[in-house]
Design a protein around this ligand. Structure first.
Ligand SMILES: Nc1ncnc2c1ncn2[C@@H]1O[C@H](COP(=O)(O)OP(=O)(O)OP(=O)(O)O)[C@@H](O)[C@H]1O
Length: 494
């Protein structure tokens, strides 16, 4: 019966699966995956239950086979038992018959005295034999009864096993019924799910249809808008087409226009280059004229100020000069002319005329200002010489070198020289070298040379320029004031 129900359920399930496939195909766009997952889960459960049912069926058929075998064996044993019992009954019957016969014989013989005694004896002898046979028969009977008892025991065990098997079979049947009810429930759930899915599908289709209608409406509206736009765009399109045609013409004519523009540009560039060249020529001409003018100005300056200029500087009185009237300054200045210096000598006033006289109040900068034009002349290519002379303690070193806080002519001249060279560096290249020589007691010595004690000569330049030069005088190329100070101050003054 269960097999038939299972078959029926299988057919139902197959039809459900077919219907499910169909629904899946129809419901491909269905977004709700929960039902599909539930369905898959139920199908999985169904397959599992079917597997369990198949297993239970297998086990049941095995048990049925076992019961059948045991029943057969039981029937065999019962048959054998019956045979034994029949045999035993027959034997008993036979022995009791003989016993009865013997007793009857004994009774009849007891009635016949003499002869009978012998007979009795015989009978007694026979009776003992019979008794022995009876005993044997009884012992055999006992043995058969034991066998029967054993067979009954076996039968009882087999019956117990049969009961156990029947119990297991009943349990399995109950399990099968349970599985079948679960199967039925799963089938019901599946049907319900399918119904839900069908409902969802219909609902989704309706919604999609409604949405499609709305979208269709919107598309229609857009289409109407696009049509209107198209109508308004047509004139613009015509204008664009015209523009495009004119552009096409322009593009076609572009190489010619480009060539023409290039020719014009080349001509303009050539003209500009020509103009720049002529401007350069003009500038060069002006520069040369400027140089000549500068040279003329310098010559004029030299002529006006004199090729050799002499300045006097009167230093202030220091504590080293002592105190009192002896320490007073013996020079006086002319209030109207800064080139006159008066000196009292043996009670008489002697006056000197110099290019300029600096009072004790004159600063280092005041003195340098008077000579700084010579640095520009030096850069322009003139030979320049600034030197100080005077008696010991007159202030030569102070004026020329000064102090680190208040530098003199040398340091200020070098600062100006390098700053001017730096300023002109983009247009001119200058090389500055340093040599230091000492003339003492008619002897010339190279103070930067390796042998400062070696005496050198002064010679005329062989180029006929009339310039003097010292062969072998050491020269150092320098880039800054610091370079010079490192070279000169340390070895010469230090
Ligand atoms: N214009 C000045 N203002 C202030 N102090 C000065 C001035 N001139 C010179 N002196 C000071 O006078 C002193 C002598 O000056 P300095 O050493 O320059 O003389 P000098 O002529 O070089 O002497 P020498 O020939 O012996 O070397 C120094 O102490 C110096 O500082």
């Amino acid at each position: 019966m269960h097999c038939r129900e299972n078959e029926h359920l299988k057919q139902d399930m197959k039809s459900c699966e077919a219907q499910l496939q169909k629904l899946k195909k129809q419901h491909v766009k269905c977004i709700d995956c929960e039902h599909i997952q539930e369905n898959a889960r139920l199908q999985e459960r169904l397959a599992q239950l079917q597997l369990e049912v198949e297993e239970a069926k297998g086990r049941l058929s095995e048990l049925d086979l076992e019961v059948q075998q045991k029943t057969n064996r039981l029937a065999e044993v019962e048959l054998r038992l019956k045979d034994s019992l029949a045999e035993k009954a027959e034997e008993e019957e036979r022995l009791s018959r003989r016993l009865r016969d013997s007793q009857e014989t004994i009774a009849s013989l007891k009635a016949q005295p003499q002869q009978i005694k012998y007979l009795i004896k015989t009978v007694e002898v026979e009776s003992s034999k019979t008794k022995q046979a009876l005993c044997e028969t009884q012992s055999r009977n006992q043995h058969l009864q034991e066998q029967v008892e054993m067979q009954r025991q076996v039968l009882k065990e087999m019956e117990q096993q049969l009961q156990k098997s029947q119990k297991t079979a009943a349990q399995l049947r109950a399990q099968i019924t349970l599985y079948e009810s679960e199967l039925e429930q799963a089938h019901g759930q599946m049907l319900e799910e399918m119904q839900n899915m069908e409902d969802d599908k219909n609902r989704a289709i309706e919604e999609a249809f409604a949405r499609a209608q709305v979208e269709m409406k919107a598309v229609h509206e857009n289409l109407a808008g696009v049509r209107t736009n198209l109508l308004t765009l047509q004139p613009a399109l015509r204008t664009l087409t015209n523009d495009y045609n004119s552009l096409k013409r322009q593009v076609r004519d572009f190489p010619l226009l480009l060539q023409e523009a290039l020719q014009n540009a080349r001509a303009e560039i050539g003209q500009a280059i020509e103009e720049v060249n002529s401007t350069n020529r003009e500038l060069l001409r002006k520069y040369r004229r400027e140089l000549q003018l500068r040279k003329k100005c310098h010559n004029e300056l030299v002529r006006l100020k004199g090729n050799i200029r002499v300045f006097g500087r009167v230093r202030p009185i220091t504590t080293e000069d002592g105190e009192g009237p002896e320490a007073a300054n013996s020079v006086t200045f002319d209030p109207d002319d800064d080139a006159i210096l008066h000196l009292m000598h043996k009670g008489k006033q002697v006056s000197f005329e110099l290019d300029k006289v600096f009072s004790p109040q004159a600063t280092q900068q005041d003195v340098f200002q008077e000579v700084q034009a010579l640095i520009t002349s030096c850069i322009d290519g003139y030979n320049v010489c600034i030197f100080a002379y005077g008696q010991t303690g007159a202030g030569k070193t102070y004026t020329m070198e000064g102090t680190p806080e208040n530098p003199g002519i040398n340091q200020r001249a070098l600062q100006l020289l390098f700053s001017e060279v730096q300023r002109k560096a983009s247009d001119w290249g200058y090389t500055i070298t340093v040599s230091v020589a000492e003339i003492y007691n008619e002897a010339l010595r190279d103070l930067l040379g390796k042998e400062p004690q070696e005496k050198l000569d002064i010679k005329l330049c062989p180029d006929g320029s009339g310039q003097l030069y010292v062969p072998g005088l050491t020269e150092f190329q320098v880039q800054s004031v610091e370079d010079i100070n490192k070279l000169v101050i340390t070895p010469v003054l230090g």
